[in-house]
Write a protein that binds this ligand. Structure first.
Ligand code: SF4
Length: 420
């Protein structure tokens, strides 16, 4: 068959044009939207009133790579603790901007605790949770007033679980008067989008500059999230915060978040992401940051740490040597990165292949910066190592893992050292 050779496009669509919002803490500026890379954020699950525990978790999240960290500010004790958390972070040398998550009483807390309002770098306002009836507009306006007073950007974060019921009733009414009413699902989407955009417009009318507003419309269904964000992206140029709310635990939460966010990011939609994983008991909160990084890196949108390419193993790898080596090298790279990223610029783009046998091992190893092809069952006990596509040496014996780490370290020091 004759093949008509032509270019085949690869990569995500150009990012949707959006305003650039600056989130500041002292000299640190995190830009969401505009031409800035997609920003990773996370949220603590400590009691904010416990300033030390919260500061420690923020430090861990920031060190893991969270570029913004959100904390709930749910009561006076929490609001009082916010400046202490900020001071503690300052003492630890952590300058990640903090986002305050407000529901129900945010208008009161921001007014009564000015040091809290100042210490935060951004406020999250849920228009479905700012008050009922006539109080809703007043309390929303009070929060926007505080954002204007302290020059803080806001995220207007709508959530299906706390959608403004008066607005939903209004849209349902309007829908019932249509000659052909829209589906209940579309009405739900319309309500989410309308709540976000009308609230943003109201904030602008109240004096908040348009380049200090970020929007989100979170739902827990993958297809719902994709539909809502595709639609809202056509109706405004505010930067969009993506996240599947209540994504769940373990692999389900990771897969659902990845499925939803990947489709949108591929279409150029999304300026900041948060992966809402439910931690397993005793689990590491930083996992949500690692998953966010892996989504962005595997999609080719950002680079955070060297990637390990490993085959899944099969009947040709009956010993555990291959899994252990893949795991060892992954842990080694993660441990080294806090130092490497300051000393060896560009190292985050390195690929390391760990392959289980001769079938795909040499081929895949040649495509990586460094690759090792371990002996499969019945193969001679030798592991060829490829560097930049060329077979460089063969490892044998008991210390293959340590020898391979040393080779990786030498490569990083030689290839990525700024002096070279
Ligand atoms: S590279 Fe070898 S061990 Fe790995 S999956 Fe393929 S055949 Fe199996």
């Amino acid at each position: 068959m004759l093949v008509d050779l032509k270019e085949i496009a690869c990569g995500a669509a150009l990012r949707r044009q959006s305003r650039a919002v600056q989130i500041r803490y002292r000299d640190k500026v995190v830009v969401v939207g505009g031409d800035a890379p997609v920003v990773i954020q996370s949220m603590t699950n400590t009691d904010t009133a416990d300033a030390i525990a919260t500061a420690i978790q923020i430090k861990e999240l920031a060190r893991a790579g969270s570029e913004l960290v959100r904390i709930t500010v749910n009561n006076p004790e929490a609001a009082q603790a916010v400046p202490a958390i900020r001071e503690q972070l300052d003492r630890m040398g952590i300058d990640v901007p903090l986002v305050g998550d407000f529901h129900y009483n945010g208008h009161t807390l921001l007014k009564d605790f000015p040091d809290c309002a100042k210490a935060l770098s951004k406020y999250r306002i849920n228009p479905g949770n700012v008050g009922q009836g006539a109080k809703r507009d007043t309390q929303f306006a009070q929060m926007i007033e505080m954002a204007c007073l302290y020059q803080k950007p806001v995220r207007i974060g709508v959530n299906w679980g706390s959608l403004d019921q008066a607005l939903l009733a209004r849209i349902m009414d309007e829908n019932s008067q249509r000659a052909v009413p829209l589906s209940a699902q579309t009405v739900m989407y319309q309500a989410l989008i309308t709540s976000a955009i009308e609230s943003a417009q109201r904030a602008e009318q109240l004096g908040l500059p348009g380049d200090q507003i970020i929007l989100s419309c979170k739902v827990s269904g993958v297809q719902d999230l994709i539909s809502v964000y595709r639609e809202i992206s056509k109706h405004c140029d505010y930067p969009l915060h993506l996240g599947l709310t209540e994504a769940g635990m373990g692999s389900k939460g990771i897969v659902a978040s990845t499925a939803a966010l990947s489709v949108l990011l591929q279409e150029g939609i999304g300026d900041t992401i948060r992966i809402s994983l439910t931690p397993e008991p005793g689990g590491d909160r930083c996992k949500e940051v690692f998953v966010a990084q892996e989504i962005l890196q595997t999609m080719g949108l950002r680079k955070f740490m060297p990637m390990v390419i490993a085959c899944p193993g099969c009947g040709r790898t009956t010993s555990t040597v291959f899994q252990e080596l893949a795991d060892d090298i992954q842990s080694f790279l993660r441990e080294q990165m806090p130092v490497w990223k300051t000393q060896y610029p560009g190292v985050e783009g390195m690929n390391v292949a760990v392959m289980g046998c001769i079938v795909n091992g040499p081929g895949e190893s040649k495509h990586a910066h460094i690759g090792i092809s371990l002996p499969g069952t019945g193969e001679s006990p030798a592991a060829p190592v490829f560097i930049d596509g060329v077979k460089a040496m063969t490892l044998r014996g008991e210390n293959i893992a340590q020898d391979f780490q040393k080779i990786v370290l030498d490569y990083v020091q030689t290839r990525y050292s700024p002096q070279v």
